[in-house]
Design a protein around this ligand. Structure first.
Ligand SMILES: [Zn+2]
Length: 421
């Protein structure tokens, strides 16, 4: 259905901080065709979807890092501060899963994502059948993950990756990318091959980097918790540590020659930030996963000061309570007072698109822009109603209840839509 659709909301907030009141958006052919603000234009009521007087329309929410194929692992986890124990649990749980189960888990993850207002995602996929993406409107990038620490079989792993990328450059509305998992699960040789393949076919790279203290120790000294973990899985004879930070190591393998997505960077130091900023790469911060592992304070404020493009991710349900980007925004707001509300909105929308190398413009809500939007409803309490529209987004009671992806309704929650003045 490509005929016009008109939606009305009480407030509209763009990433620039622009706030409009009483907004009528006309949607046509997947794009915002017109925007009227102020008094009601002469639209027949039956042609207009009125989203109510407590609705706040924002650009579509982008979950810049997640593992949707692990969604069904949600109930298998308990707090396990020791990072390697958490990985052991993931391996033990998912080793029982067949491909079909991973695919079902992916479907569940996509449904949950759309249900909480996400319009685009940066998803990591290794086991599931990517055809599942085609069943849903979710946009974004699916990064094919590789894991192999044995340099002798790097060629075989990268050949399979190359085949996968050639056969499935897109799945539904998801473009392809490459994700070597991390510096401690992918050999130096395979990392080089991933970088080279990514550059040769213009497939963006995404890697977990600087996530834990043991990762820093492993790369610098070759010792510690991750060394013991690696020995359990198989340690190639003669391996020596590169004696670098994870960011330096990835840069020296060519990984930052083009902008890449660096997930976490929880323990990036000042020199790492300088390197990341100079490369134009993005960092994805996953606030609630960060809390789950009790990492030290994330350097997100310093990253923003360096001008780094920081986006927001949920990571998987194996370390986060939900796939809601809005809940991540609230968690970030609670713990990092140095990041402004408008910066958080930008991180959850525009910065996510930029990180995933998807089309983006500084102002996403203008006539001519793609109709990817999320609409939030705030609670009815006096406290919420007294807040500015921007602050109301972060109220405990706020939630997404309506979204458009590519101009089509992807989420419409009747309960949340019910109250109108
Ligand atoms: Zn992850």
């Amino acid at each position: 259905m490509d005929s016009n659709m008109i939606i009305r909301c009480k407030h509209l907030i763009d990433c620039s901080g622009r706030i409009e009141e009483n907004v009528y958006l006309t949607i046509s052919g997947g794009y915002i065709a017109a925007m009227d603000c102020g008094d009601a234009p002469a639209f027949p009521p039956e042609e207009c979807i009125d989203l109510g007087d407590d609705s706040i329309l924002i650009p579509g929410l982008v979950n810049a890092h997640t593992h949707l194929e692990l969604t069904l692992a949600q109930n298998c986890f308990r707090p396990q501060p020791l990072f390697t124990n958490w990985i052991r649990t993931i391996i033990s749980v998912t080793s029982q899963w067949e491909i079909d189960y991973f695919s079902q888990s992916l479907r569940d993850g996509i449904q949950q994502s759309v249900a909480c207002g996400t319009t685009a995602a940066g998803d990591i996929i290794r086991q599931a059948d990517g055809a599942a993406y085609s069943e849903f409107p979710l946009q974004g990038r699916a990064y094919y993950e590789v894991i192999n620490f044995d340099s002798h079989t790097a060629d075989k792993t990268s050949a399979a990756l190359k085949r996968n990328l050639a056969e499935h450059p897109t799945n539904g509305c998801m473009l392809a990318g490459i994700s070597p998992h991390s510096p401690y699960t992918v050999s130096e040789e395979l990392l080089r091959q991933c970088v080279s393949l990514g550059h040769s076919i213009s497939a963006p790279l995404c890697i977990h980097l600087g996530e834990t203290v043991p990762e820093l120790e492993f790369l610098r000294e070759g010792t510690g918790e991750l060394r013991r973990f690696r020995e359990e899985l198989g340690m190639p004879p003669g391996w020596t540590p590169p004696k670098k930070t994870p960011v330096e190591y990835f840069r020296d393998l060519g990984g930052l020659d083009r902008p890449a997505v660096l997930v976490h960077c929880n323990y990036a130091d000042e020199n790492d930030l300088k390197i990341i900023a100079a490369s134009g790469s993005s960092v994805v911060f996953c606030p609630r996963s960060h809390q789950y592992f009790r990492h030290r304070r994330h350097p997100v404020e310093a990253m923003l000061q360096w001008g780094i493009n920081v986006a927001i991710g949920t990571d998987s349900l194996a370390s986060s309570p939900s796939l809601s980007v809005l809940d991540e925004m609230k968690a970030l707001r609670r713990s990092y007072s140095g990041v402004s509300s408008i910066d958080i909105l930008k991180m959850a929308t525009l910065n996510g698109l930029r990180a995933l190398s998807l089309p983006h413009e500084e102002e996403l809500l203008r006539p001519g822009r793609p109709a990817d939007i999320t609409v939030i409803r705030v609670g009815a309490g006096k406290e919420e109603q007294d807040k500015s529209p921007l602050e109301a987004i972060f109220a405990d009671s706020s939630g997404a209840f309506f979204s458009l992806i590519g101009g089509k309704i992807a989420l419409r929650s009747v309960e949340r839509e019910a109250r109108k003045n």
